[in-house]
Design a protein around this ligand. Structure first.
Ligand code: IPD
Ligand code: CA
Ligand code: CA
Ligand code: CA
Length: 262
């Protein structure tokens, strides 16, 4: 059966927009904030509420699809078979709590392991990034231009200072060399936005030693539609249902960044 991915994407965008409005409204209310694995790992009542909001709608509309969500209300997903929705109800929860900006909703739809739909919505700026595989990437309905080659020396690269401290997957000396070589470095604390900022050219590259499928699923679909490159630190394709390192960049910058994380 041929699946109309465009129709699924329209439905998903509608839900994402509604969910974004709920998040905006919640910024005026008091949040229930809890910690998960450690004191910096925050979760709020809104993370849980928005994930449930999506699951209810997906199950009602597409009963054969599975859902992998950060807060664990979806399915146990161990394989990439069938159609899977990868949901991060709030990417950048720390920003949501502390800054009330720089967070996003991230929704990716994968079919038999291939990314078909990517939607990332920044409700504060009302920026909806969206893509259907093979049909280009858009921001608020306007096509995002194809990325041109660049280089690190003239690039702004997103890195997190935390990785320079004690991460076995990152060589701190090489990272320091990268920080010196790049024109500038930034850290936004929201993986989904950092990936779409590479797609739109606001950033030239973004690298991180460990993301979960819901963090990169939507972004991977969007960046590939702009000619950007997304791989692991080993330069391999991402496994859509596994945690792993992520290196995303425009052409030219990607092979240069790989050298710093080898
Ligand atoms: C986190 C953010 C952050 C990244 C972390 C993610 P969350 O997601 O994307 O930028 O560095 O690895 O877990 O927990 O706010 O959804
Ligand atoms: Ca989280
Ligand atoms: Ca996340
Ligand atoms: Ca999250």
């Amino acid at each position: 059966m041929r699946v109309g991915w465009r129709e699924v994407e329209e439905k998903a965008q509608e839900w994402v927009r509604e969910a974004g409005a709920l998040l905006l409204a919640s910024l005026k209310e008091s949040l229930v904030i809890e910690t998960k694995t450690n004191a910096s790992d925050l979760v709020t009542n809104m993370d849980r509420h928005i994930e449930k909001y999506f699951i209810e709608r997906i199950q009602r509309t597409y009963p054969t699809h599975r859902v992998l969500g950060e807060e664990g209300y979806g399915d146990e997903v161990a394989s990439a078979e069938g159609t899977i929705w990868m949901i991060d109800p709030i990417d950048g929860t720390m920003n949501f709590v502390h800054q009330k900006r720089n967070f996003a909703i991230s929704v990716g739809v994968y079919h038999e392991g291939e990314g078909m739909i990517g939607i990332i919505y920044d409700p504060v700026h009302d920026e909806m990034y969206h893509a259907v595989r093979g049909e280009g990437a858009y921001c608020n309905g306007v096509r995002i231009a194809e990325l041109q080659p660049g280089n690190v020396a003239e690039g702004v690269i997103a890195v997190n200072a935390m990785w320079l401290t004690e991460n076995p997957k990152v060589n701190a000396e090489k990272m320091a060399a990268l920080v010196r070589e790049a024109r500038g470095t930034r850290s936004y604390g929201c993986a989904a936005l950092e990936i779409v900022y590479v797609a739109t050219g606001r950033l030239d590259g973004y690298l991180t030693p460990r993301l979960s499928p819901w963090d990169f699923a939507a972004g991977a679909v969007i960046i590939q539609e702009t000619g950007g490159i997304i791989t692991t630190f080993a330069g391999r394709a991402l496994d859509p249902v596994q945690k792993g390192s992520v290196l995303v960049a425009r052409p030219g910058v990607h092979p240069q960044l790989l050298e710093y994380v080898k």
